[in-house]
Design a protein around this ligand. Sequence first.
Ligand code: DHB
Length: 390
Amino acid sequence: MQKRLFLGSIALAVATLAAGGAVAQTNTFKVGLILPMTGPFASTGRQIEAAAKLYMAQNGDNVAGKKIELIIKDDTGTPDVTKRLAQEMIVNDKVNVLAGFGLTPLAFATAPLATQSKTPMVVMAAATSSITQASPYIVRTSFTLPQVTVGIADWAPKNGIKKVVSLVSDYGPGIDAERTFKDRFTFNGGTVVEAVRVPLRNPDFAPFLQKVRDAKPDAVFAFVPSGAGSALMKQFAERGLDKAGIKLIATGDVTDDDILNDMGEVAVGVVTSHHYSAAHKSALNQKFVDAFSKANKGLRPNFMAVGGYDGMRVIYEALKTTKGKGDGEALLGAMKGQVFESPRGPVFIDAQTRDIVQNVYIRKVEKVGGQLYNVEFETIKDVKDPGKTK
Ligand code: DHB
């Protein structure tokens, strides 16, 4: 009798433990955030990590009865590492969602794994148009280069710029920017006299800028990834292109809010087109910029931060809609078609393309209260990625 009772209570304890274990496991919802936290693109990782943490601090870590667990891993900006980390997160950590992807090659390296494991993959940074076609499980909250390039290619010829040399980083987003600019600018009656491509890693812009100078264009149209704009701007001035009367026009990646304030006088007056400026005038953005800055020793959020912040929003809302169901297919369905106000302005996730539709703004670098900002002066509403139609 005594013995039976004892054994019974052990059985009960084991059963309780097992059930408790199972409950604890299914009550957790894991987001695997893979970012370049070190290496030349570390600023992208730092911005997105800070934004994801801010979103969680503001919205809690309990959603539809699940505890959200954010697992952050550094891929150093190397595709093989991103792929290995994603594999480990899927197999060992059993993450419900993969997120991050600071550069195009990192997103492409991971896309097949998302497809095989049916894991939604939220691309918060990488911006080559075709990325969303690499897996039906990809949803993008950043932008695409064709999406933001059309605006400046329309603005330039209306503002006295007829002859341009393009200068882009030689990989996916740069090629997208180069092609979109050329097509649109030519359609508008302008001429691209030379297309210059610069290596992505350790670029020395000087010889390429000399080529630009020799071609004597009205302007150079530039794309370089987040973080690289300072070096370009510095060498643009050192080579005397501004003194030679050559204007710089670009996508907003070049006048990145993360580094803009340190670029100095040479940046003042530069006109760019982009989907986000820290100076965007809305109550929501003001709140976002203040909270981000307060939580990160005065750091100014850039467009990468907004991609990360909105990516977390898309994940949270999908989990709410599916009432805490963690399965990939249901989550993906609930991510598609989301409409909301972002710090960048109104956005939606196109259910067909899984890409973000958003306003693109024409902006000019100006000094505001002693600080350099991209001040928006024209809005192109609800821009879809035009790259998909090609
Ligand atoms: C990509 C990276 C960037 O830092 C950026 O500003 C735009 C695009 C990319 O690799 O896709």
